[in-house]
Write a protein that binds this ligand. Sequence first.
Ligand SMILES: [Zn+2]
Length: 186
Amino acid sequence: MSSQPHTVLPWVVRQTRLPLLSSRCVDCRSEAATTGEGRFRVNANGKLLDVWLLVHCVSCGRTSKLTVHERVPVRSLDPCELDGYHANDPQLVASTLLDPLLARRNRFTLDWRGAWRLDAPPVALDEVWPTRMEVLFEAPVPVRPERLIARGLGLSRSEVSRRVKCDISLRRPVSTGFTFTVLAGD
Ligand SMILES: [Zn+2]
């Protein structure tokens, strides 16, 4: 048997809908908001522009504004981007929401529960070991590698810690691609 790792199809973490936002509603104290259908508000003041992304409390519907651009010169924005704000372009809504800068500036975190799935082609557990596997992220979903690997391989977490070798910590959440090697079981 060769000791060269056997490579299989990559697993892919895919977004299934936009995540909710974890931020406390000032009216009802609920902690979840949604972009809903996705709307921007653009306000021109002379040559300066403000752009906000509107979000709604999932409990009471209260609308709040997240600052996307604050008093920026109109000319500093790409005309296509500006058109996208006026047209409430769904792709621009998604990329704006997922931009870590927006979350930092407006003090919210994304709640990815139920908003993603793992597409993991099945791996036969009597395959040739070791097997090298790759995980690709189509969306920046923070996941703990040990949980993802346990789910994808149908192993317990203690089996994962015994059988999986990885260059990164298996316990710390990641949201970018990584590879790992699965060793033969006992
Ligand atoms: Zn509310």
